[in-house]
Design a protein around this ligand. Structure first.
Ligand code: ACO
Length: 507
């Protein structure tokens, strides 16, 4: 018997062997970066079995089903890495802890978009381009004034990004040709310049649009972005300038409080990117059909708005208010365990230990409270946090605090209204969105439209039935006919008037 080679000297076969038990055929699927290509399975074909429907298309290849993208890698990326089991988050290889402690938001933005930490002159160029693009056309004031007095700031912001696109025809592939941005991947410098100009605009104007969505509800005039301030200082200035209760400015100097501006800067760093989260995926999905980047960002904004994504920080505050005081924490946790309540700010699809951002935020919270005063909700939050981390229900399910457990408390202490919390998430996340969008546009293999498949389970072919041969019972089942809606008295009156005497009991 020959000598057995040590495992390190064995040439490993990077492939997967698959047997299709329907046909007995064997396939070898290549493994690259510990992944298999879903498209390979299209070549695995079989004749229909007794339980197959024509719509299962067995002869056209096997499909890969992944409801909710639980285990599908949709892109190759070099931007952000998360190790959810070990609580690790890195931007371009740099640990989030180092960036939060030593960097600034625009420096981190440069890193995320361009791949390396900038030199002093590179940072200065990027900063001045972003801040230069802060001001917005005065027509935009009319756009914001067209909203109702109680419009949600996220409705305004989402619409505002799409609206912004209407100004820049030169950034619209529908008008300029579909390779407007993708030809940058082939070394076209004008295309690259055009792309970066839109990136400066999007980051520069994100704070301006967010501040406009904030001020319109207060009936205050809009503020032109100031000069001589950092990105986050400028944002706070635009929000609070000439505010009679301006707790953010030091000695009415109009310069935002340095501790609060720094805290927001750190929060922005922590929220800037999180690899293929729901909103970044939405930006790429939308961007894959090559619309202008403002439309793609508007789509991302809409995705972030949902309470399962950017709305959790608000849910934490509502939860803490409903608990009321530390003494009610045990009863609340019992209700969570009985699935009568949800512990917002705990648990994560990727992190199976504490979200590394939650430790940084906890520290920032103390610094903010030293300026704003301690939020009484903090005692309830601490009691909840400590009790959950000792409770076997949460420990056994690896449920730990995520970034949103503490961020809402900071925003509240800084005086932001609860419905503005998602806006504070969008502004920094614009950077992550444009970093992913730029990476996709520069892909050497070009941009493929993101067009997933489905498993069709609906009716097979059937023949049309004439209207007069159908009864109300033709289709039965929940959701299979339009709901019956209660109308207001106004609608009823209008219908009565229109009916001109032909009133039926159904009106
Ligand atoms: N409270 C109580 N139980 C929970 C919680 C929670 N917050 N989160 C998960 N669980 C339980 C589930 O009921 C499930 O229990 P089971 O196995 O007995 O059925 C188990 O833990 C596994 O949870 P999943 O639902 O499979 O986890 P999933 O990855 O699908 O969901 C999510 C992750 C949506 C974040 C979930 O943990 C949650 O709803 N958390 C609260 C909302 C929240 O804080 N969201 C912010 C996320 S961070 C961000 O987006 C910026």
């Amino acid at each position: 018997m020959g000598k057995q080679l040590p495992a390190s000297e064995l040439k490993r076969d990077e492939s997967l062997r698959v047997v299709d038990n329907r046909t007995g055929k064997e396939y070898t699927v290549p493994i690259t970066h510990n992944s298999i290509p879903a498209n390979f399975f299209k070549g695995i074909r079989a004749a229909p079995g007794p339980n197959d429907r024509p719509e299962d298309e067995t002869e056209r290849g096997l499909r890969v089903a992944d409801r909710g993208f639980l285990n599908t890698a949709v892109i190759e990326s070099r931007i952000t890495y998360i190790d959810g089991d070990n609580g690790i988050l890195r931007y371009r290889g740099y640990p989030i802890e180092q960036l939060a402690e030593r960097s600034s938001f625009l420096e981190v933005s440069y890193l995320l978009i361009y791949g390396a930490l900038p030199s002093p002159s590179q940072l200065s160029h990027f900063t001045s381009e972003v801040l230069l693009h802060g001001p917005i056309h005065s027509d935009a004031e009319g756009f914001f004034r067209s909203f109702r007095y109680d419009a949600h700031p996220m409705s305004m912001l989402t619409s505002a990004f799409a609206y912004l696109g209407s100004y820049y025809g030169e950034a619209n592939p529908s008008l300029q040709g579909q390779d407007l941005f993708t030809k940058a991947a082939k070394g076209d410098p004008a295309a690259l310049q055009n792309m970066d100009r839109q990136i400066f605009r999007l980051i520069g104007k994100a704070t301006t649009l967010a501040a406009m969505a904030y001020r319109i509800r207060q009936g205050r005039d809009f503020v032109v972005p100031p000069t001589g301030m950092s990105y986050t200082e400028s944002f706070l200035y635009q929000l609070d300038h000439l505010s009679p209760t301006d707790h953010l400015s030091e000695s009415h100097s109009n310069k935002p409080h340095p501790v609060l501006a720094k805290a927001l800067d750190i929060l922005f760093i922590l929220h800037a990117d999180h690899e293929m989260n729901a909103s970044s995926t939405t930006v790429l999905q939308t961007g894959s059909s090559l619309p202008d980047p403002f439309s793609a960002v508007a789509a991302g904004c809409a995705s972030l708005y949902g309470p399962l994504h950017g709305g959790a920080n608000e849910a934490v505050i509502r939860m803490l208010l409903s608990i009321g005081s530390p003494k009610n924490v045990p009863a609340f946790l019992e209700a969570v365990k009985k699935r009568q309540k949800v512990l917002s700010g705990f648990g994560h699809r990727v992190y199976k230990t504490s979200d590394p951002r939650s430790f940084i935020i906890r520290k920032v919270a103390d610094e903010v409270f030293a300026v704003t005063g301690r939020d009484p909700l903090l005692d309830t939050a601490m009691a909840l946090h400590d009790a959950a981390l000792k409770d076997d229900y949460f420990v056994s399910r690896k449920l730990a605090p995520n970034v949103d457990f503490w961020s809402g408390l900071i925003y509240r202490a800084m005086g932001f209204p609860m419905d503005f919390f998602p806006v504070l998430f969008v502004v920094p996340r614009v950077v992550g969105w444009v970093a992913h969008w730029r990476q996709m546009m520069l892909s050497p293999s070009g941009v493929k439209i993101w067009r997933p498949r489905q498993l069709y389970l609906g009716p097979s072919t059937r023949d049309y039935v004439p209207l007069d041969e159908r009864t109300d019972a033709f289709q039965v089942g929940v959701g299979m006919e339009p709901s019956v809606i209660e109308h207001s008295g106004m609608t009823k009156r209008r219908k009565l008037a229109e009916a001109a005497g032909k009133v039926t009991s159904k009106l």
